[in-house]
Write a protein that binds this ligand. Structure first.
Ligand code: TGC
Length: 390
């Protein structure tokens, strides 16, 4: 048997990627090693999102990386996925920033905005000079966004008034603009809301046991007045926000495998160094079984992500296929991170080691952008032809 010598890549999945894909992946990995890993435990403990890193991420071409034109890097779906994996090997909160900015806020403008909206916002967002957030979820509308209570009323002069609340909105308290989805007389529409608008407020949700190096907020819209041009002209109905969620869900399936890989590597290293009963933990059969099971699931998860990415790059990806990876890879990643923690014994509950931090983060990741249950039912409907949401 030949091996790559890399325990995290038994099947040489590296060989599935081109030189330029690997080169970009390595650049992001270096960034994570240099800028995230040395600081993440402190940020996590103190609930700090490292906002100073935002322009650096812009310079690396990580913001709106899969979008074309308007100053965006125009990377492929596979490159975007590889970057998400490396970022989340650092921390889910950092990958979440890139997802909310690029896959949600920038994608909404890129897909549905007017030419003027695109030229006004996208170049600055790609550089990290303008931060965006994406307001869909509400206190009483999570899995079912069709029940949203936020409204937008058009006045005779064409201006809009938005009223309502949003919850679990990443970055809202540091954002310059918010993409807000609201119910109108003509169905659900999206709006670009400058966060300094009168009546707009965002409050971080604290304290959290997950995603501590990241920001999630409650938003209140108290009769926020917007000009006619604030509406996203090309998004009508829930299809608009759902097609942005597709982008974010796609990145998550890769990202989750980054958290899993990092946890596996920590557990492997620890088990090789940690002596108990006169030999390393890695020399015990129970440890080896855990490590092997983790390694197999990481390989399967990356294969799913790579296949999905190739379909996306070919333009043939169906949203149902995104549910396969979002569901499987989050579910397996959280199991891997928790199992890795068991291999670290008591030391595994400290912030010195990453697996429990990753597992805690993944509680959020498996919940946002469609819970395990939602993706199960999307796939169940596809397989059986029967809708079981209601
Ligand atoms: P239904 O009401 O039948 O569909 C409405 C319209 O949407 C279309 N559609 C999609 N289009 C593109 N991509 C998708 N993935 C789509 N899913 C549905 C659908 O074809 C229909 O179009 P049309 O033209 O016929 O009107 O809804 P459904 O029965 O298809 O969906 C039900 C369900 C449960 C799957 C859906 O409601 C769902 O996905 N729920 C989960 C919502 C979710 O993921 N929420 C997370 C939001 S994250 C957030 O707000 C915070 S962002 C993260 C952060 O800030 O950190």
């Amino acid at each position: 048997m030949t091996t790559t010598g890399n325990p995290s890549d038994l099947l040489d999945l590296d060989g599935l990627f081109s030189d330029s894909e690997r080169e970009f992946r390595d650049t992001v990995r270096d960034f994570v090693d240099a800028r995230i890993r040395p600081n993440i435990a402190e940020w996590y403990e103190n609930a700090v999102f490292p906002v100073d890193l935002v322009p650096e991420m812009g310079e690396l071409g990580l913001l709106g990386m899969h979008l074309e034109g308007y100053g965006c890097p125009g990377r492929s779906a596979v490159e975007y996925g590889l970057a998400a994996l490396e970022l989340e090997a650092g921390d889910s909160g950092i990958r979440t920033f890139v997802s909310v900015q690029g896959s949600l806020a920038m994608s909404a403008i890129h897909k549905f905005g007017s030419e003027e909206q695109k030229t006004t916002y996208l170049p600055g967002m790609a550089k990290g000079e303008i931060i965006g957030c994406f307001g869909l979820t509400e206190p009483t509308a999570g899995s079912d966004p069709s029940s949203m209570a936020t409204t937008a009323h058009r006045s005779a002069d064409g201006s809009w008034t938005l009223t309502g609340t949003k919850r679990w909105i990443g970055l809202a308290s540091i954002a310059d603009i918010a993409i807000i989805w609201a119910s109108t007389a003509e169905g659900i529409r999206g709006f670009i809301v400058p966060t300094d608008s009168a009546g707009f407020s965002a409050t971080p949700i604290e304290p959290k046991l997950s995603m501590r190096a990241s920001i999630q907020c409650d938003i209140t819209l108290d009769e926020v007045r917007l000009p006619a041009e604030a509406i996203l002209p090309d998004a009508a109905g829930l299809k608009g926000p759902f097609s942005c969620l597709n982008e974010a869900r796609y990145g998550i399936m890769w990202g989750a495998m980054g958290a899993a890989r990092d946890s596996f590597e920590v557990a492997l290293r620890y088990s090789q160094e940690r002596m108990q009963f006169d030999k390393p933990l890695a020399g015990y059969q129970l440890s080896q079984e855990k490590l092997v099971d983790m390694a197999l699931e990481i390989q399967k998860g990356i294969l799913i992500a790579e296949r999905t990415g190739r379909l996306k790059d070919a333009g043939t990806l169906d949203p149902v296929q995104i549910s396969v990876g979002k569901l499987n890879n989050c579910r397996e990643a959280i199991a891997i991170c928790r199992e890795a923690r068991t291999m670290l014994g008591g030391n595994g509950i400290t912030l010195e080691h990453s697996p429990l931090r990753h597992a805690n983060n993944l509680e959020s990741v498996r919940t946002y952008e469609g819970t395990d249950e939602v993706h199960t039912l999307i796939l169940g409907r596809h397989i059986t032809g029967e809708q079981a949401f209601r």
